[in-house]
Design a protein around this ligand. Structure first.
Ligand code: AMP
Length: 191
């Protein structure tokens, strides 16, 4: 079993790279952003609660995110492992995830961090906003806020995994396939 935290700022390519990783390693994908968008579309109470935070580009409160991930994992049957995408985004979430996974004797294997410059991120997100329909991708001030939130609240999560010897930085600019190959090298070393 291999459990991967795919990490990086908004627009780093986590969703794109997740698709290849899931296919190749048959992992279960947990994207907290996708889960919130699903709730939003279905009009659930959780979706309504998350929307105000998402639209402004702020983080949904930790306990709400942790409970949602907890529920998702509990409802899964036997699987090969997980890829966590866009989670954990705070140190409190990382601690909760460790507790959850260690409790199942299936600890996090590694973090893979996609590294992309700020100018490239803004460009990618504005581009994505033209087709994704995502409100948070269409406004440059919201994008800037998401990057600021990432720098202030999420970057400490990388240090959390560095301290555990699980951090692997990968250059996130270039051909999708060559980035994918570099990701696979890290995963293969953990299998
Ligand atoms: P994403 O699709 O990962 O860019 O997430 C979209 C939005 O969902 C974020 O800007 C947050 O408002 C919310 N969100 C997703 N994942 C998390 C998380 N792990 N913690 C808090 N908020 C989250």
């Amino acid at each position: 079993m291999v459990n991967i935290v795919l990490f990086g700022p908004p627009g780093a390519g986590k969703g794109t790279q997740s698709e290849g990783i899931i296919k190749k390693y048959q992992l279960s994908h947990i994207s907290t952003g996708d889960l919130f968008r699903k709730h939003l579309k279905e009009g659930t109470a959780l979706g309504k609660l998350a929307q105000q935070y998402m639209d402004a580009g702020n983080l949904v409160p930790d306990q709400v995110v942790i409970d949602m991930v907890d529920d998702k994992i509990k409802s899964d049957g036997k699987i090969n492992g997980y890829i966590f995408d866009g989670f954990p985004r705070t140190v409190a979430q990382a601690e909760a995830l460790d507790k959850l996974m260690n409790g199942k004797s299936t600890p996090i294997s590694c973090m893979i961090a996609l590294e992309v410059s700020k100018a490239e991120l803004v460009k990618r997100l504005l581009n994505r906003g033209k087709t994704s329909g995502r409100v948070d991708d269409q406004d440059e001030s919201k994008i800037q806020n998401r990057i600021t939130v990432y720098e202030n609240e999420t970057i400490p999560v990388a240090n959390y995994y560095k301290n555990q010897g699980k951090f692997n930085g990968i250059q996130g600019i270039g051909e999708v396939d060559s980035i994918f190959k570099n990701i696979c090298k890290v995963i293969d070393a953990r299998l």
